[in-house]
Design a protein around this ligand. Structure first.
Ligand code: TYC
Length: 126
């Protein structure tokens, strides 16, 4: 326990918001706030994509889309048919971690059921 590092980081030598006498020139203690020219950028999002193949049953794909992507049967069927016709289709857009988890869960379910269904995640184009 004695060797464990402290949970709270050591304080900065001087608070950032306190201008030094040198900075202000007269030691008046006024603070200048600069307007940011750009807002903080949102995190990169990832789309989870299913790929077509010749062996995975349509019904299995529809159930996967319903179960893992919270789509109703009609929406899931539309997405499955799009994949079947175009070769691939987006099932949902998530943070990086959640997208990776969806890929793992779908792939695991497919293999458990003996299907070659491919599921990948890719960054959303800005
Ligand atoms: N092409 C498959 C078939 O005809 C159906 C299918 C659809 C497979 C979507 C994969 O991601 C997929 N049985």
């Amino acid at each position: 326990m004695a060797t464990k590092s402290p949970k709270v980081p050591a304080p900065l030598k001087a608070p950032i918001s306190t201008p030094s006498k040198t900075e202000e020139g007269h030691g008046g203690g006024s603070v200048v706030l600069e307007r940011r020219t750009q807002k903080v950028t949102p995190p990169q999002m990832y789309q989870v994509v299913l790929l077509n193949d010749d062996y995975t049953p349509m019904e299995f794909v529809v159930v996967v889309i319903q179960e893992f992507f919270n789509k109703d049967r009609e929406a899931a069927t539309q997405i499955m048919l799009k994949i079947h016709l175009d070769g691939k289709g987006v099932c949902g857009v998530f943070s990086k971690d959640v997208a990776a988890s969806k890929v793992d869960q779908v792939t695991e379910a497919a293999r458990r059921n003996g299907h070659p269904l491919q599921c990948v995640s890719e960054p959303v184009e800005l």
